[in-house]
Design a protein around this ligand. Structure first.
Ligand code: PXG
Length: 460
């Protein structure tokens, strides 16, 4: 049997096991089972490899998370050492351990000004559910039990657990589980390219920020607990708000005494060119949620960070906080996260994303805007979006039944590039360690695949 035949047989065996017994996230099960999942077997640097020996450049850093790239010895060593020394212990019964204590201190150093205490969870969704419970507890302690409604935004993605999915404004997530839960409402998001119409970005930024104020006044500030938002919306289509948006949101939250909970799960840890999206966009959060880049995805770990407004009240509640996970602050995950943050600092990855690497990425991204299929490119740091449209001038889109973005993604996979399609918005969010030669390759492949998509449509 040839080596290729052996690989193909092994791939089929894995695909069969997978099809028979594995339920995938966000997947139409029977469709995938019929076609067989691509089996990813290893990864190094900015590349992933499948079981057939194909190499793909990972333009999405996994799911927006592998900041330091794949296969980093420092993180593996940190995890291995913790596995041998203290593979598990919890922090429930007046105990702690060095890994979580040191990680907490490191987070206080790198997170936005004023964020100083951290609660650990295992996923971004759990972080947001924990944040919702904190927010409710805060207003109960403040003797304002009516102040409970949480406002989030359309097209927001905050995760899949019951409260996190209720916060999410991607409405297709809701009906299967009868969501959102009561007490969660959504306002329009600052997606100028998609929804701005004839307004200038500034006019639209102000309009969508003022939508928060209007909603607060409609509900009564005495009933509104918090506003929850991503600095730049990720899974909703890489929505970068106009420059005046966040200043107005800061003002409104302060004026009406509304907790501002910022979901930094994608924007955190250098992605936008500073440590956090809040730093880049001038946001003044009371609380933040983080995951993904916290461990570069090497271990499941998330954290909710709180400032003094919420922190002093919770800390001095005079009663036990009835919340926590078996794996809150897991020693192995904490050790890997700490090693990850130290590596990010040592290699100056945040400075690079905000400096030369980010500038080169943005230059290459902008070059795609001359393509006949590309209506707009936009980006910050190492985040980039490419809007595929029918008409560049009017911003008219293709009929969604044509699945143009999906077709482009299919070409990407076939040509060795992972690029995310969100409707017809193509998104790139590569590891922060990516170098110029790799960016040349990534953007070269992106152009080729957009060309192939245009050819399918009879445009080229
Ligand atoms: N908040 C934000 C802002 C996120 O992007 C979560 C919370 C939830 O995190 P967990 O760890 O529970 O998944 C996320 C996750 C995509 C995609 O396709 C994005 C996410 C997850 C899965 C897919 O863009 N973001």
């Amino acid at each position: 049997m040839s080596e290729a035949q052996a690989k193909s047989n092994q791939t089929k065996r894995w695909q069969e096991m997978d099809a028979a017994h594995h339920l995938h996230p966000f997947t139409q099960h029977n469709e995938l089972a019929a076609q067989g999942a691509r089996v990813i077997t290893r990864a190094k640097g900015v590349y992933i490899y499948d079981s057939e020996g194909n190499r793909l450049i990972d333009g999405m850093a996994g799911l927006w998370c592998v900041q330091v790239g794949y296969g980093r010895q420092e993180l593996a060593d940190a995890g291995y050492k913790a596995l041998l020394e203290l593979p598990y212990y919890n922090a429930f019964f007046q105990t702690t351990h060095p890994y979580v204590a040191e990680l907490s201190q490191k987070l206080a150093e790198v997170t936005p000004k004023g964020i100083e205490r951290f609660f650990f969870a295992n996923s971004g969704s759990e972080g947001n559910d924990s944040a919702v419970k904190m927010i409710r507890f805060y207003w109960n302690l403040k003797k304002q039990p009516k102040k409970k409604i949480i406002i989030a935004r359309e097209k927001a993605y905050h995760g899949v657990t019951m409260a996190a999915a209720s916060l999410s404004g991607l409405t297709s997530m809701h009906p299967q589980a009868d969501l959102p839960l009561p007490g969660f409402v959504h306002i329009p998001c600052p997606y100028w390219y998609g929804d701005g119409g004839d307004l200038t970005p500034e006019e639209f930024g102000l309009k969508t920020a003022r939508a928060l104020e209007e909603k607060i006044l409609e509900l009564g500030a005495e009933n509104v607990a918090a506003f929850v938002a991503e600095p730049i919306q990720g899974a909703g289509g890489l929505i970068i708000p106009p420059a005046n948006y966040w200043g107005e949101i800061n003002r409104i939250c302060q004026k009406y005494d509304i907790i501002l909970h910022v979901d930094e799960v994608i924007c955190g840890f250098g992605r936008t060119g500073k440590w956090f999206g809040s730093d880049t966009l001038g946001i003044e959060p009371d609380m933040i949620n983080m995951a993904k880049g916290l461990s570069s995805g090497y271990q499941p770990i998330a954290a909710v960070g709180i400032g003094s407004k919420v922190g002093e009240v919770l800390f001095n509640a005079g009663e036990e906080w009835s919340h926590g996970f078996t794996y809150s602050g897991h020693p192995v995950a904490a050790a890997v996260a700490l090693a990850n943050l130290e590596l990010i600092q040592k290699e100056k990855l945040v400075e690079k994303a905000g400096g030369a690497t980010g500038a080169y990425f943005q230059k290459k991204l902008a070059e795609l805007s001359d393509h006949p299929l590309v209506g707009e490119t936009r980006g910050v740091g190492l985040l980039g979006a490419i809007e595929l449209v029918k008409d560049k001038k009017t911003r008219e889109r293709f009929d969604s039944s044509m699945s143009v973005g999906y077709q482009c993604r299919v070409h990407c996979f076939a040509n060795g590039l992972i690029m995310r399609a969100i409707g017809d918005t193509m998104v790139l969010s590569p590891p922060l360690v990516i170098n110029e030669a790799e960016m040349d390759e990534m953007f070269g492949l992106a152009r080729r695949c957009i060309d192939l998509t245009a050819r399918d449509l009879g445009i080229l």
